[in-house]
Design a protein around this ligand. Structure first.
Ligand code: N01
Length: 534
């Protein structure tokens, strides 16, 4: 039997970075709010992704909230790039410090959210048979939270242990003495492979697409650097948010094309950025993500590094990617390529010999059978839309979001969807989200939504929803911008291409500063492009 429905002003789904800050803001507005979280703790991505080597690829001093000066000053990061346990501790501290726990219901999987035309309110149901009524529903469900597990023939027959990097056991896994197979070489594979290799007796890496990865050069965070940034944190954050990705760089950017400088100058810039490490490698020249020839100079530089690091030339060639660099999310690693010099680590190129089946004792490819004790799926996520489409969300007239988005997600600014009044999505498709420092994008969205709700209350409006026209123009604009770049040239998860049958549409908006400006303009003009109803 269902429990009695509880009524709130706001239901927030998800208690990661987005949900926690949204809760903080909603409470500040005096709104009765509950956060529903499927996990047994707060943290979202950082609660689930506990695989060996899990670490953020945006530097700690940037990958944190900026809404509270006190929090910013108090918290001491220990490493240049924080590992999963440290980020999880940070988020638990945030929940403590701002007394958020009483408003969070853990172990609660939202299964349905229905807009009721009669009452004009949302009804939210969970797998635990709870029911919540709310004026506003805010999806803080994350862009990379719904796992993608490919449907390999025979997977259920495997007698060893299987793991997905995005659902790692809390007690950890000891691979000592085991023969381990890892499928997938995106960020999760690239981070976990070197660590698993330290334990496993034999490690077989099943690679479908070779990956560009830049060294992290991670290490203890220099105390003087931390103090220096904290002395003018506000200015540091502002400068970073002016970058296309909202990620600051240690090296000044130029507006130059990679093709106008001399070969020596180009090489020197790439070498310097390789020495600095991390994602800013792609900021070396202004046209790396728009001009294929410029892009190829950076791609070839990385391929040269791979050939220099990996001793076996055949393995090195297989590890050399041939797609546009940056088209798929670039990886940031610690000893990834070097791991393939270890005698017990083997690379299987699935483009030469695809996986035929998983057997009771391992993985069979066209080229042979690999005996394994454990299989790690580092196969990623049904990105950006998966967490939303796995909930039965229905707007006016019972229209299902899944159906409305069957040909690809349609949203205005990645914040709201026509036909779904008072439903907000934090970092939804059509917003910069995954192409940026997520925390900057999350804070911008949360603040916009909080201001929007305050505006509705102050002016006596009950409902807000985008117009179909504003939404259509925005979706077209997002695509036009993407088409100007090299992003649509490969099978990335940005396009939904990693999930069989998913519509192929470029989902994020390229460029944080112009996006944030647009959101401000929309709000400044009384929420232009939205219908507000009394
Ligand atoms: O997932 P992915 P991820 N048969 O989709 C392969 C963020 N993140 O979890 O490229 C064989 O990138 C797939 O092959 P292909 C970050 O934004 C951040 O690694 O589709 N292989 C690919 O190699 C990242 O981009 C951090 O050909 C199959 C891999 O599995 C995003 O999360 C850390 C397959 C999946 O790579 C996702 O990263 C971790 C199949 N049927 C994640 N299906 C940091 O902050 C898929 N693959 C560092």
């Amino acid at each position: 039997m269902n429990k009695a429905q509880r009524e709130f002003d706001v239901v927030i789904v998800g208690a990661g970075f987005a949900g926690l800050y949204m809760l903080y803001r909603a409470r500040e507005l005096g709104l009765s709010t509950v956060v529903l979280e499927a996990g047994g703790g707060v943290g979202g991505t950082w609660y689930w992704n506990r695989y060996p080597g899990a670490r953020c690829d945006v530097e700690s001093m940037q990958y944190s909230y900026q809404f509270s000066d006190d929090l910013e000053q108090e918290w001491e990061w220990t490493e240049r790039y924080a590992g999963q346990p440290e980020i999880l501790r940070y988020l638990e501290h945030v929940a403590d410090r701002f007394d958020l726990w009483p408003h969070i219901q853990l172990d609660t999987q939202v299964t349905e959210a229905m807009f009721e035309d009669g009452s004009g309110r949302w009804s939210v149901r969970t797998g635990q048979r709870d029911e919540f009524g709310a004026q506003f529903v805010i999806m803080a469900t994350g862009c990379l939270s719904a796992t993608n597990v490919p449907d390999f023939a025979g997977a259920e027959t495997f007698r060893g242990r299987t793991y997905h990097t995005g659902r790692w056991p809390h007690e950890g896994v000891d691979f000592t003495g085991m023969r381990v197979g890892v499928i997938g070489t995106g960020s999760s594979g690239v981070q976990s492979i070197p660590v698993i290799a330290q334990q496993a007796r034999d490690l077989v890496v099943f690679q479908r697409t070779a990956t560009y990865s830049v060294p992290a050069h991670n290490g203890p965070l220099d105390q003087s650097e931390q103090t220096e940034i904290k002395a003018h944190y506000g200015a540091f954050r502002t400068a970073n948010s002016r970058m296309l990705t909202a990620i600051g760089e240690r090296r000044a950017r130029t507006d130059l094309s990679a093709l106008v400088v001399t070969a020596e100058e180009r090489q020197a810039e790439y070498e310097a950025r390789w020495r600095d490490g991390g994602l800013p490698f792609l900021g070396a020249f202004a046209d790396l993500l728009v001009d294929p020839k410029a892009n190829d100079t950076a791609a070839e530089f990385v391929r040269e590094q791979i050939r220099a690091i990996v001793r076996d030339p055949r393995t090195a060639e297989r590890l050399c990617p041939d797609q546009v660099i940056g088209c798929k999310r670039m990886c940031v690693d610690t000893n990834y390529y070097d791991t393939f010099n270890l005698p017990h680590v083997h690379l299987v190129d699935l483009r030469e010999s695809p996986i035929e089946a998983i057997t009771d004792s391992g993985i069979r490819t066209e080229g042979g059978h690999y005996e394994l004790d454990a299989i790690v799926y580092a196969t990623g996520f049904d990105a950006m839309t998966g967490a939303l489409s796995r909930i039965d969300i229905r707007g006016r007239d019972g229209i299902a979001l899944r159906e409305a988005w069957a040909a690809g997600p349609r949203s205005y600014l990645g914040l709201g969807v026509a036909g779904f009044p008072n439903l907000f999505t934090i970092t939804g498709p059509g917003s910069p989200s995954v192409l940026t420092n997520m925390i900057v994008s999350i804070e911008q969205h949360v603040e916009w939504i909080a201001d929007c709700i305050a505006h509705l209350r102050d002016h006596g409006y009950e409902h807000i929803e985008p117009t179909a026209d504003a939404q259509a123009s925005w979706v077209e604009f997002v695509n036009q911008i993407a088409d100007f770049t090299l992003f649509p040239t490969c099978n990335s998860w940005y396009l939904g291409a990693n999930v069989p049958g998913k519509a192929r549409v470029f989902m994020p908006y390229v460029g944080f500063p112009s996006y944030a400006e647009k959101c401000e303009e929309v709000a400044g003009r009384g929420y232009e492009g939205f219908v507000l109803e009394k």
